[in-house]
Design a protein around this ligand. Structure first.
Ligand code: DLL
Length: 430
């Protein structure tokens, strides 16, 4: 079903007219309300009235995660706090998260955008939708929740974790739609089988998966384990959260809600926009957000755009599945984390030498992280109990500061490789 035919099937000319008027409003809003954007526009000698066509977008300044960090927590908000009804946050490149805000109208827009995605995956008011993202600062659960309610689905806000209970809920509540990170869908299927339950015997029909990268092959595995249709949906907190784009049942790319987000693909090195069909970094400009609009936000996600009308009837441009990132951000069980954040936690622990290795294992259903560290020889007693306590304290610090669960392994002093050049601190498990 097409939730919002008027906008999802708009001809390009009308769409571009709408985008331009919204872009002009946006530039006015950020110029007058957000000192950071005013400065960035002034630096380029751009005044709001200079925006005459969508082509002018390429002259506008980019925004990056570092701009959010510099303006922590509310510096980029374009609405007074009295109008901000919700905040969410995601990991930044330091210990501090990046914070985003929503007005009442933003929350309503978000629910509409999710309703589109949910409907294009075939979910209706006849479905029971189990949300297995964690409810909290992360945008995933709350974002998807309200859009599912908007289409009238029965939402089971199961949140993340407690696998045995998730399976019980699926059985007892007759869950037909699973909303989770793709890796968790694999894990749940495995856990169900271990309990002697055939996942294909459950009522599940469809899954809406996102929040982390996953390959088509992983999709096929999920589909055959559960006997369902697996759809991909993409988004990021800085732009809105989930709801930026999602797959329809044709499975031929993720439809971007272009009436709300202007999308570009750029060459990450030269920063020049690339034509349709070429692989590059996704850049989004929000067209309707009030509390936290962004100008040309650099996602670091790599993809290709396709502007052709889809067989489903929608005219919006589609992005392919995310093909990778331009930086080294890791997503460990849905939690975004940069190696630099792990490093800063490790370096703050007494008794740890400044050498470490991160081993990322993507072979199983859940991405696992092993952190190898050396004890500092000056405090190294050799006592087994001390070593265990040290390992445990590293594990707990990573959990409490970064919310990641990692396996921590202390290795003999001076055994991690030292290089004269760039240290190779990340390895894939083989
Ligand atoms: O992960 C929003 C979201 C939640 C989307 C649930 C879909 C479902 P952040 O925590 O800010 O927001 O992380 C955003 O996660 O830049 C991508 O690198 C990655 N990501 C999100 N969805 C996908 C996807 C949410 N479908 C970062 N495929 C993004 C690949 C994805 N990567």
């Amino acid at each position: 079903m097409i939730w919002d035919r008027e906008h999802e099937c708009m001809d390009r000319e009308s769409l571009e007219r709408l985008q331009l008027s919204r872009l002009q409003q946006l530039i006015k809003r950020v110029y007058h309300r957000v000192p950071h954007y005013r400065q960035a526009l002034d630096d380029r000698d751009i005044k709001p009235e200079d925006i005459k066509s969508l082509d002018d977008l390429k002259h506008l300044p980019f925004t990056g995660k570092e701009d959010l960090r510099r303006n922590y927590p509310y510096g980029l908000f374009a609405a007074p706090m009295a109008e901000v009804v919700r905040v969410h946050a995601s990991s930044g490149t330091t210990g501090k998260p990046t914070v985003v805000g929503y007005t009442q109208r933003d929350i309503a827009t978000w629910a509409e955008l999710i309703a589109r995605i949910v409907s294009q995956a075939g979910v209706t008011n006849a479905d029971v939708a189990q949300v297995c993202f964690s409810y909290g600062l992360f945008t995933g659960a709350f974002g998807l929740h309200y859009g599912l309610e908007r289409v009238g689905a029965t939402v089971v806000p199961a949140s993340a974790g407690n696998t045995a209970k998730q399976i019980m809920l699926m059985q007892d509540f007759g869950t037909t739609a699973l909303i989770s990170p793709p890796s968790y869908a694999l894990y749940l299927a495995e856990a169900a089988r271990e309990e002697g339950i055939d996942p294909r015997e459950l009522k599940l029909k469809v899954g809406l998966f996102g929040g982390e990268p996953w390959t088509e092959n992983m999709g096929h595995q999920i589909e055959s384990l559960w006997g369902i249709k697996a759809t991909d949906n993409y988004g990021l907190s800085e732009v809105i959260g989930p709801g930026v784009s999602g797959e329809c049942l044709e499975g031929a790319g993720l439809h971007i809600s272009e009436d709300h987000f202007l999308v570009e693909v750029i060459d990450p090195e030269t920063e020049e926009p690339l034509p349709y069909g070429e692989k590059g970094e996704l850049v989004f400009t929000t067209l309707t957000k009030e509390a936290f609009p962004v100008l040309r936000y650099r996602t670091r996600d790599l993809a290709i755009l396709n502007p052709e009308k889809c067989a489903c009837g929608r005219t919006s441009a589609r992005m392919c599945k995310v093909m990778g990132r331009t930086d080294d951000m890791l997503i460990i069980r849905g939690v975004n984390v940069f190696p630099s954040q792990i490093e800063s936690v490790l370096m703050s622990i007494r008794g740890i030498a400044p050498h470490y290795l991160l081993i990322v294992d993507t072979r199983g259903p859940l991405t696992q992280l092993e952190v190898q560290v050396e004890p500092d020889p000056s405090v190294f007693t050799g006592s087994f109990r001390d070593l265990e306590a040290l390992e445990d304290s590293v594990r707990r610090r990573l959990q409490s500061v970064l919310s990641i669960s990692a396996r921590v392994k202390l290795v003999e002093p001076k055994t991690l490789e030292r290089t004269a050049g760039k240290a190779q601190r990340i390895q894939s498990a083989k």
